[in-house]
Design a protein around this ligand. Structure first.
Ligand code: BJW
Ligand code: ZN
Length: 279
């Protein structure tokens, strides 16, 4: 189905063609994705029909207190999710964003002409500190690794990575792709339990990732909010930051709290809409 009708009730546009043109013309593009972009890969979302929080309470599974109280239960839940994610493949939505990133890196306004030494990318210039690859920044709340597997390079990961473990005591992190996991979390060499390397409720976001996300959102000319309910902060606040100078576009089959502020609301699945707008 082609989601290209003209406008929504509150005046936002819904034409994929118009958004495609603006994305193609913009030098600074930021995208914030959430669980919905992986839904078509078979990874469950958190909220809404079929969402994880329909069957489990976040405070029992996604807080440091929950892990301290019942590490085995939390570990089992993450083991189950890892087994679902292991079977999943990146979909057309992930791939469209990776393609747009590589196209934007090629046409960066900071790039030197072909016969000169290449200019440093945004991240190497003091006036354009780390914003990812070229002037396109993909920020994700997802921990599933599907953006990386689709080829995204300069990804900003706000909520960590389900394929990493982190020591509760000394903070050491390590990659771990074992599926299934052992029934109990392993101990770090310092003797403390390892936990999933993700950000739980009540925990701060990784500092460097957050700084990159804020910079990219402030600089953006167009900010895309894809597959997120946009209710979890501080991530959702990036759209508010961006709105000071950027046009906002939303890709989501369901309404979000930002729809009334958006220039585009494309109401449909990311796997259908992103390939149309990221061409
Ligand atoms: C499709 C689709 C398709 C379907 N195509 N779309 C006010 C009150 C109470 C608390 C707070 C408050 N303000 C802030 C807080 C704190 C809290 C918070 O925001 N709570 C709110 C929920 C109320 N935030 C935090 O605690 C954060 N930390 C913090 O604030 O720290 C402060 C601090 C500072 C200094 C020191 C100490 C602390 C941390 C938040 C961490 C969130 N963690 C989780 C789990 C991550 C690990 C894991 O995966 O297990 O992150 S919760 C969960 O929600 C996960 C997600 O990344 C996050 C966002 O969800 P997302 O991605 O938006 O998914 P859904 O399911 O909500 O939405 C999916 C959407 O897709 C839907 O809209 C669908 O319609 C759509 N969709 N199919 C496109 N095919
Ligand atoms: Zn340790």
């Amino acid at each position: 189905m082609n989601h290209t009708s003209s406008s929504t009730g509150h005046g936002a546009r819904s034409d994929a063609e118009g958004l495609r043109e603006v994305l193609a013309r913009s030098d600074f593009v930021a995208v914030l994705t959430g669980a919905g972009i992986s839904a078509e890969s078979g990874v469950p979302t958190f909220r809404g029909p079929g969402g994880l929080w329909r069957n489990w309470r976040p405070e029992d599974l996604a807080t440091p207190e929950a892990f301290a109280h019942d590490p085995r239960l939390v570990w089992e839940w993450y083991d189950w999710r890892r087994s679902l994610i292991r079977k999943a493949e990146p979909n057309l939505g992930h791939r469209a964003l990776a393609k747009l990133e590589s196209r934007k890196a090629g046409q960066s306004p900071l790039r030197a002409p072909a016969n000169q030494t290449p200019a440093p990318q945004c991240s190497e210039r003091p006036e354009h500190p780390a914003v990812g690859q070229g002037c396109f920044t993909l920020i994700t709340q997802n921990v599933d690794g599907l953006h990386e597997r689709a080829g995204s390079q300069g990804l900003v990961k706000l909520h960590g990575d389900i394929w990493r473990l982190c020591c509760v005591g000394c903070g050491l992190t390590e990659r771990n792709e074992q599926v299934p996991l052992d029934p109990l979390p392993p101990r770090c060499r310092c003797g403390t339990l390892m936990r999933p390397g993700v950000v739980w409720f009540g925990e701060p976001l990784p500092e460097d990732e957050w700084r990159r996300a804020v910079e990219a959102s402030r600089r953006a000319q167009i900010f895309l909010l894809v597959g997120t309910s946009a209710v979890v902060y501080p991530a959702a606040g990036l759209a508010e930051l961006a709105l000071a100078g950027a046009r906002l576009a939303i890709v989501n089959p369901e309404p979000t709290p930002f729809d009334h502020l958006a220039d585009w609301v494309l109401g449909g699945p990311a796997g259908e809409i992103l390939p149309q707008v990221c061409q």
